[in-house]
Design a protein around this ligand. Sequence first.
Ligand code: PLP
Length: 393
Amino acid sequence: MFNARDIFKNHQAQTFPFPSCLEISSAKGSYIYDINGKEYLDFIAGVSACPLGHCNPHINDAIKEQLDKYSHVMVYGEYVQSPQYKLAKLLADNLPQNLSTTYFTSTGTEAIEGAMKLAKRATGKSEIISCKGSYHGSTQGALSIMGNEEYKAMYRPLLPSCNKIIYNSVDSLVNITNKTAAVVIEPIQGATGFISPSNNFLQKVRDKCNETGSLLIFDEIQTCFGRLGTLFGFEKFNVIPDILCIAKAMGGGMPIGAFISSWDLMNLLTFEPKLGHITTFGGHPVNCAASLATLKFLLSSDIMKEVVRKEQLFRSHLKHPKIKTIRGSGLMLAIEFEDEELVKKVVEQSLESGLILFYFLFTKTALRISPPLTISEEEIIKGCKIILETLEK
Ligand code: PLP
């Protein structure tokens, strides 16, 4: 007998021994539906990748319209394709002058890889500094700067000259020196459970980069496109990077990423050697059309303005003796519990009750909340009630 779960487990490579195996039938707005018609309120949004919810008609229409015109026609950077240049222009219009030029990729990891290469090329230096506890992707360059040895040990040797600072530790900034090509940092550290910067930490990193002639790379793969209530996270903290990496929400559910910098820096990838970074599918026109529709919709609506109020709603409804603290900012929240077992229980039992929650990569005592930015107040209250009821069980 045909059993989708067995095929999924036996023929689709797995990343984890106990996947939830939810069998998806459809998704709309803040809900995902399984093959039995059960609805699940989605507090995760594809791990922050669906800012406008599921099957948003503006995005779907843009995708369909582009598909009917043309899909893939040529490798990145050869032909003038309107979804690409219109998206690059709208990004530039909403970014500071030094972030005028976009290189489109297919994923966030590839944006990080491109940014690391660009920093080495621009500075003539090789050391990349990142933070303990950071996650920037799983390919070998991104893995080299990952801040968790457990996930790296089996894959060594990795890139040399990758060193660390500690997020929010000003003392550790001595590790940024004249040898440093770039510092890669997330405005809110994701994998350790949404740690926010304190005491102007990002500005201090910026100052140290200026002092040492190092480039500052912001990994905004999780924070971009409104998650903190501003289009990009750096706006919230008033610190401008030299290279900005974005992905996830940028595609409105479609796979696209980008690294963005000044025209002068980006131009370095065009000579000695030319084709300094190439990709076949980066900036796929259909994905650019989806991204452009997402960006236009975000800019023309009140969605970003409502993020802070929605954050407050989460915080005020998630009060329980078993909740130690709530970290994070905007619609990027981490609920911290006493122990790992409780996290597992809440995630699993909430799923049974029709609420999707998820784990963090490195922190086991917290669970993540990163719903679509379009989530309604009623949906927030409904989901919080499920969490509280689960804690009472
Ligand atoms: N950087 C951060 C902060 C991320 O959260 C992720 C993905 O979770 C990545 C990089 C890698 O992005 P992608 O999975 O699109 O390659």
